[in-house]
Ligand binder design. Structure first.
Ligand SMILES: C[S@@+](CC[C@H](N)C(=O)[O-])C[C@H]1O[C@@H](n2cnc3c(N)ncnc32)[C@H](O)[C@@H]1O
Length: 231
């Protein structure tokens, strides 16, 4: 069995991310947790695992990690009736697969995912998505203003672009809607933020009066925002 591992520390607790090249049974995961003294493990559903396989096929390393994906699943599951979910940056469909997993047997929610790279979008399109999933090939910067309003937006394009799409992503949120950005670790504590004049980073989301935010300082670092009503 092959695997990769990354490690880290937070206070007195340590974390280890391990990724295996095959699906692990619940019994195996539980046994491994016991032997390592681990308290939790994120398990990857089969449709998500298929997406990670697509990523490996083209050596694409920017897919969402399981911790972020699992949160997306939970947020997707909480979408209101007849809700809409938007992902900016499909990659090969890992985040999308987590969203679809969260929606389970629901058919009332529309999911739109935008990717600029036709190769990656084409690879994602080969998966058996439900018919309420709409994969769009194009530049999120150009398309966002015409994509309508959403209950959940996953803003997952590369860093600089994330910052420039932020205003449009907040504008696209319905009241009470959620916006999730991952890969925020590089920004924590750099002091780069609001003092950067013309080029503030995506963490300026924290300062936006239209939303209330939580910093989620685990996995790749996330900001989760909720759009306030009447603004
Ligand atoms: C971090 S990856 C996305 C990972 C994916 N959301 C997931 O959960 O696995 C960022 C993606 O944004 C795409 N991208 C870059 N610029 C873009 C743009 N202007 N419009 C849409 N997608 C873009 C990249 O090609 C890349 O696939």
């Amino acid at each position: 069995m092959e695997g990769t591992a990354t490690t880290g520390e937070s206070g007195t607790r340590s974390w280890v991310n391990m990724t295996f090249d095959r699906e692990m049974s619940t019994a195996e995961v539980e046994s491994m947790k016991r032997s390592l003294g681990a308290r939790s493990a994120v398990q990857v559903p089969p449709e998500v695992d298929a997406a990670y396989c697509r990523a490996r096929e083209i050596r694409f390393v920017k897919s969402s990690c399981p911790e972020v994906g699992a949160l997306m699943s939970v947020l997707a599951a909480a979408a209101p009736a007849d809700g809409r979910i938007l992902e900016l940056g499909t990659g090969v469909g890992v985040g999308l697969a987590w969203i679809v997993h969260g929606l389970s047997s629901r058919t009332d929610v529309e999911v739109v995912s935008v990717e600029i790279d036709p190769q990656k979008s084409g690879l994602a399109a080969g998966a058996p998505w439900p018919d309420w999933v709409n994969l769009v090939v194009g530049d999120a910067k150009e398309l966002l203003p015409s994509l309508g309003c959403y209950d959940l937006v996953f803003l997952d394009v590369p860093g600089g672009l994330k910052a420039s799409l932020l205003n449009g992503a907040i504008t696209a949120l319905r009241p009470g809607g959620h916006l999730l950005m991952d890969d925020m670790n590089p920004y924590w504590g750099t002091g780069s933020t609001l003092s950067c004049g013309d080029d503030p980073g995506p963490e300026r989301l924290l300062e936006d009066s239209r939303v209330t935010c939580a910093l989620l300082q685990y996995a790749t670092g996330m900001i989760l925002a909720s759009r306030l009503p009447n603004c």
